[in-house]
Design a protein around this ligand. Structure first.
Ligand SMILES: N[C@@H](CCC(=O)N[C@@H](CS)C(=O)NCC(=O)O)C(=O)O
Length: 201
């Protein structure tokens, strides 16, 4: 029997996508609970996730929050799948890349994109337009011509895909050259397709 995960999400394209894609790479059966905008601040949902944010997951009877932490919790349960590389050199690169994605780039690029679309205050885009664009460009320039960030596919690619996809959608990055090749390799993965991670891209 496949292992099971329950995911609370707004939609396919929010940060729950990272969790859904990781779970699909590992053959999980996914139970999805869609949360309507606004309900994520209500007491019922805050009982699961006191920060009132998406996603939340339930895994083996444990409630987990923080999208990247949930992905790591999944990956660590299945070391044989190699979603976190084992050799030291690859691990150093892995942690650098994951931190660049989720600590340096993710929140600014999401806020910039939502701001440009009128979903959050316009001030976010004004604030981030200057520093974000060059950082995102350096990150996009660092993707490999062939293969994946740590040679073999890993969670670093899922975290990178999230910020790069939004960077392109926000028109901060042109979809061309090796960035396009890299994203197309990721889009071809059956688990990314099952997760609907790139739908509408
Ligand atoms: N660092 C958190 C960020 C969570 C986050 O900002 N989630 C967004 C959806 S992708 C959200 O819940 N936004 C609504 C809000 O913060 O009120 C994570 O990775 O889970």
């Amino acid at each position: 029997m496949n292992p099971h995960i329950k995911i609370w999400s707004f939609a396919d394209v929010d940060r729950s996508g990272k969790v859904r894609w990781t779970a699909n790479e590992l053959g999980y059966e996914i139970e999805e609970i869609r949360v309507k905008l606004g309900e994520h601040k209500a007491a019922d949902y805050r009982a699961l996730n006191p920060y009132g944010q998406i996603p939340t997951a339930e895994l083996g009877g444990q409630t987990l929050i923080e999208s990247t932490a949930i992905c790591l919790a999944l990956a660590e349960r299945h070391p044989e799948a190699g979603l976190v590389p084992q050799d030291q050199e690859s691990r150093d690169l892995f942690w650098q890349s994951v931190n660049l994605s989720v600590s340096t780039l993710e929140t600014p690029v999401v806020l910039y994109y939502l701001s440009r679309r009128g979903i959050v205050d316009a001030a976010w885009a004004d604030m981030w337009a200057g520093p974000l664009s060059p950082r995102l460009s350096v990150f996009a320039e660092s993707v490999p011509e062939e293969g994946y960030i740590c040679d073999d596919f890993s969670l670093a690619d899922i975290c990178a895909a999230y910020v790069l996809r939004i960077g392109v959608q926000a028109e901060l990055l042109p979809l061309q050259g090796k960035l396009e090749g890299y994203l197309r390799r990721l889009m071809a993965r059956p688990a990314a397709q099952a997760a609907r991670f790139f739908d509408g891209f």
